[in-house]
Write a protein that binds this ligand. Structure first.
Ligand code: AMP
Ligand code: MG
Length: 353
């Protein structure tokens, strides 16, 4: 019976596929949309064009391979091998991991350590790695912070080594890196338009089938699971990446502790921001998705004033939507014309230049 049902289903699918192919002569209109649960989040790939199905599944395969390389909770991953290694022991890594580690190092330097992949032991002490939340003591954090710092890790070609007790966590940058890889796959498959959402990391590729831009909602950190959003961005060929304290947190004794750690204190960043969205245009061959992800985490740690200084002076090409604890939404002028405020949100809005 089961086999028979399978046949009927397969036949039905075939009919609907044929019907689709017949009705949609324009290859741009062929569409595939898949959902992938990976890297601790829900991802959606919506792809148009003749090779939409191929591109969507190629993106899924790429994500699963990356996850196998990078997961901190999988003992077989290359990141786990790095984290297990003794002082000065060398660990050989794949090209993909090398590229990601190089990027993480670059953005650590650029943000003066606000982004720091070696924050891993501290993230774990708060229980965010294994979902076993606790509040570490000051003494414990001080000890752990003595093993944190980009200078404690050495990349040499395809090998990595580090000082004793140094560990890495690529959770603040890996999804952005994956979004750059999605853009590569879209390019290779001549995808005319598409949408990739990797848990807070969006790639808006081309425009929508009706010729209008893709619309990215910025969540309200006070009510992240409900609309209205605090605003909407209309984007074409761009990345938008959000880091928010609402994404992962726990409560203990009336205090809330979230997952973005200030490497200067070892505690959840208390910077006055509740979310940071970094927006950048896609640029072929560049790491703009990786950049947006690393910077969203780093600028959350920095807080409003330092984040805006960084936006003005760093030389990196991006724009920002900052949401503050005290109810303001700050939009940098490069995206003011593609940002629509939500009147009902209860926030006040400012554009800065
Ligand atoms: P994101 O959502 O991109 O801001 O990344 C947050 C994740 O990055 C956390 O869940 C940690 O795994 C990791 N992380 C936390 N604080 C930092 C930091 N200061 N620098 C780099 N990674 C961090
Ligand atoms: Mg990030």
């Amino acid at each position: 019976m089961r086999r028979f049902m399978g046949f009927v289903l397969a036949a039905a699918l075939l009919v609907s596929l044929t019907a689709c192919a017949g009705a949609e002569a324009d290859p741009d209109k062929a569409q595939e949309s898949i959902q992938v649960i990976a890297m601790d989040t829900v991802m959606i790939f919506t792809v148009y064009g003749e090779r939409s199905t191929h591109a969507a599944y190629e993106a899924e395969d790429m994500i699963r391979e990356l996850e196998d390389l990078l997961s901190r909770t999988d003992a077989e991953s290359q990141v786990s091998a790095i984290n297990r290694a003794a002082a000065e022991e060398t660990v050989a890594v794949d090209e993909e991991v090398r590229r990601l580690l190089e990027a993480a190092e670059k953005y650590s330097l650029a943000t003066e350590g606000a982004f720091d992949m070696t924050i891993a032991p501290v993230v774990s002490a708060w229980g965010f790695t294994e979902d076993s939340y606790r509040v570490p003591s000051r003494g414990e954090l001080t000890e752990l912070l003595s093993h944190v710092g980009a200078d404690k890790l050495t990349l040499d070609g395809n090998t990595v080594s580090h000082e004793a007790d140094v560990q890495i966590d690529l959770g603040g940058i890996a999804k952005g890196y994956a979004s750059d890889r999605v853009a590569e796959i879209f390019t290779e498959n001549a995808v005319p338009r598409g949408w990739a959402s990797l848990g807070g990391n969006v790639l808006a590729w081309g425009d929508r089938p009706d010729g209008t831009p893709w619309r990215v909602g910025i969540k309200n950190p006070r009510h992240p699971d409900e609309e209205p959003f605090v605003g909407l961005l209309e984007l074409k060929d761009a990345y938008a990446v959000t880091s928010g304290s609402y994404e992962r947190f726990f409560e203990e004794n009336g205090n809330t502790y979230h997952h973005i750690i200030d490497p200067a204190t070892g505690c959840p960043a208390d910077s006055g921001l509740t979310s940071v969205t970094v927006v950048a245009d896609y640029a072929a061959g560049q790491d703009r998705g990786t950049m947006c992800d690393a910077l969203s985490t780093a600028l959350f740690v920095m807080g409003e004033e330092k984040a805006l200084d960084f936006w003005r002076n760093s030389g990196y090409d991006f724009d920002l939507v900052l949401v503050t604890e005290d109810g303001r939404v700050i939009v940098t002028d490069g995206i003011a014309d593609v940002f629509t405020a939500e009147d009902e949100s209860g926030y006040t809005y400012e554009t800065v230049s």
